[in-house]
Ligand binder design. Structure first.
Ligand code: PLP
Length: 355
């Protein structure tokens, strides 16, 4: 087995993959593949119901919120959020904490005014901008909880006088959150929840239906809520594997237990980055992500040899994003701490050999 530090799609628990593989051949012994069953069958309805129930349980979703499994990735949410929540002539506030936030705000500009109330562009997104005031006349405040590319994370969410919309694609289910603090949360599944192909949306029902533009059905949250994520054929397999992953998470002790593990994984890895003279961290320590650990080599000549050194040890997926360079070790929920120690050992050995 490889040690998969890939950023996205990220690692899935091995037992989940085995169950999913079996379901592709024969789902629950019914003589049909999960890929063949009707989305209106009682078997699939049970899967979707369980997936929704597990999301609610694991995140403590309060009453008054709907849980949706949609398609189109988080990138579709960049447009769907303003389509549904930003009134014509109105304004939305965005914190530009990274590349994904930047993409989100660009989409919002199709629908209304966008006020970028803070940006970390000048530091090449190596810190989280915290010094801002949220305008009380904005329709919503948009945040990105974890910056997958540069490796920063919002460790505390700001107070806001307006509904908070948050892209949690790369840290959902990795730590406790208070859903009641948010108007809408969205996340592409393919980091901590399941395979690419479905997108989780948790929306506070009362914030919907307040814009007067016409919204095509597939982009309309209210239509999706009324259809119970089944306005059209849902991504059956992606939802099934997400449900299995949520079951796995629950069996491990849930978000609270995984948060402790994630904190420990991040701690030991950052300690090595700070201790090892060959490496250095990319982001300011207080905003470092517990999901995507970005680091550089002090001497650029060591970059390719270190990657090769890692590959020889079955460590894969640590090359940094094309726009950030360096290395990025994604330590999502399913990555065991033993893999982190394999990476740490590789860093130590490599440093020893290149003294
Ligand atoms: N937002 C964040 C924070 C991401 O990390 C990503 C992808 O990595 C996206 C949005 C885009 O997600 P998708 O590919 O599902 O559209």
């Amino acid at each position: 087995m490889k040690h998969n530090f890939g950023a996205g799609p990220g690692i899935l628990p091995h037992e989940v993959l085995k169950q999913a593989a079996q379901a592709v051949v024969d789902f629950n012994g019914i003589g049909l593949s999960i890929l063949e069953i009707s989305h209106r069958s009682p078997e699939f309805e049970a899967v979707l119901d369980e997936a929704v129930k597990l999301v609610k349980e694991e995140l403590g979703v309060p009453a008054g919120y709907s849980v949706l499994f949609l398609q189109g990735g988080a990138s579709t949410q960049f447009a769907m959020v303003p389509y549904n929540l930003l009134p014509t002539g109105g304004k939305a506030a965005y914190v530009e904490s990274g590349v994904w936030a930047n993409k989100a705000l660009k989409e919002a500009k199709f629908f209304g005014d966008v006020e970028v109330i803070a940006t970390a562009k000048e530091s090449n997104f190596t810190h989280i901008p915290k010094d801002f005031t949220v305008p009380a006349d904005a329709a919503y405040l948009h945040l990105t909880s974890n910056n997958t590319i540069y490796g920063t994370q919002l460790h505390e969410f700001p107070a806001s006088p307006v509904p908070v919309v948050c892209d949690m694609s790369s840290d959902i289910f990795s730590r406790k959150i208070n859903v009641a603090d948010f108007g809408l949360i969205y996340a592409g599944a393919q980091k901590n929840m399941g395979p690419a192909g479905t997108t989780l949306v948790i929306v506070k029902d009362e914030i919907l239906g307040k814009v007067d533009r016409k919204i095509p059905a597939m982009f309309n949250y209210q239509v999706q809520v009324e259809g119970g994520s089944m306005y059209n054929t849902p991504p059956v397999f992606a939802i099934y594997v997400s449900m299995l992953t949520l079951r796995w998470l629950k069996a491990k002790g849930g978000v609270e237990a995984i948060q402790k593990e994630n904190e420990q994984k991040a701690k030991v890895l950052y300690e090595e980055i700070d201790r090892n003279p060959l490496f250095k961290g990319v982001c300011v320590p207080e905003d470092r992500s517990h999901m995507n650990v970005c680091f550089l080599v002090e001497n650029p000549e060591h970059e390719k040899p270190f990657l090769k050194f890692c590959e020889e040890r079955d460590i894969v997926g640590i090359k940094g994003h094309r726009s950030a360079g360096g290395f990025r070790a994604s330590i999502y929920n399913a990555l065991p701490i033993s893999s982190v120690y394999v990476l740490i050992d590789a860093m130590r050995e490599f440093a020893e050999k290149n003294k």
